[in-house]
Design a protein around this ligand. Sequence first.
Ligand SMILES: [Zn+2]
Length: 508
Amino acid sequence: MKNILAVLFMLIIAGQLQAQKDTVRFTVDTKLAAAHTIGITMSVPVNNKAIVDLKLPVWSPGYYQVMNYGKSIQDFSVKDQGGKVLTWQQIGNDTWRIAAKGTKSLTVVYTVKTERAFVATSYIDKERAFIKPTASFLHVDGALQLPAVIDIPLQNGWTRIATGLDSTGKTTYRARDFDILYDCPILIGDLQELPAFKVKGKPHRFIGYKMGSFDGAALMKDIEKIVITASNLIGDIPYEHYTFIATGPGAGGIEQLNSTAIGFSGEGLNNPAGRNRMLSFITHEYFHHYNIKRIRPIELGPFDYSKANRTNSLWVGEGLTVYYEDLILNRAGLMNKREVLDAWQGTIQGFENNAGRLKQTLAQSSANTWEDGPFGKKGETISFYEKGPIVGLLLDIEIRSASANKKSLDDVMRYLYNTYYKNAGRGFTEAEVKAACEQMAGQKLDELFDYIYTLNKIDYQKYLSKAGLSINFSEEKNQKGELFTKVVLSENVNMTALQKNILGSMLQ
Ligand SMILES: [Zn+2]
């Protein structure tokens, strides 16, 4: 027994030493903040290779646009283990080919020129730095599995760092591999932190830049309810800690495994509509750590960072996340039934007034988002943020109705999470989502799935009535005198026991 333990111990130590030897180290320099430039020093083991390709991703998971981050890399230089300057050439936007000539390790120095404060790009000014790792940290081609250590000395009088990375020192962080590094944006500055809370022993922090004046403790109480409700829905909290990173006023949010980076201002929280919008947004980004990061289309991970990763299933990853925003807020007691019905009718109205619904299917809107842009081209295409939650709502009602309200879309989400993420360690296929929905409903759902793959006109009333809801369409004129289709969703006065039961279990 003792010998086995000793051998195991030695193996562990040997493994750690090997990991240390293979670790890629980055040091971040923020002194050039006034010039909107981030300095990076990278030391990387290359094990005597003659030629080494260093690469930068062309996109970031969660933002389905080719960004060509490599264009922002400047002042590139590289030395061998002995400090001798090596030659290199840039190939395309995203590859630096280095004549390494058999050295053991490289020291690479470069800067990242930043232009736009946005959650999918790096940005630095005199007040803060937001480091988007996909836009900033090079990797050795074919070696995403290497561990990385990131040292971020605090400069410019800055006091705090917010990131989902595990820390190994006051300003030092570690990533098990480059998929984790690329999943963890970093905000540095004189940041403000709201009172943290724990759910099932896991700490949840909210740290941000220029958050404005608002009741931070009240916001965190609401977010705690959102986290409890979402984690009860799936039945598991898969991370050790979670960080909400508020990058400053402005739009946009991107989800990660244990953090989200969101444009945020607390100023709008004092009016009810603004508060609902912000809480919906936060719920959306938070729920994504389940739906799209872990319950994920099989095409979205392991990621190929060198090109667009196309999937037909953003209606699940994005659309159902939109659908669950309202349900989670309602279950958490933060949004009442009428407010949810208003949100649904607004979504249906938006979709029914977009001529794109006659030109592009839901699956196409997902696959083509790389060309159409994140929200589509109004009149020409549709948005999976709009038709996705509509199909989600109808699916949820149909599963509940067909199963005498014993099953729901929640069971589908739990099934996908447990079967494909937890047990199989992979994403789901399109066929597997349909099969999971049909398993819960106990019947085929071809007509509903045709709403994903065809331009068929949606028979709203057929499905909504099963939850005791009526939908009314009328032609109205807007303020400019243009005709539009107005949608009103209402609860029926007389409902069967099952209808009442279904609506009652969907919304409080
Ligand atoms: Zn989203």
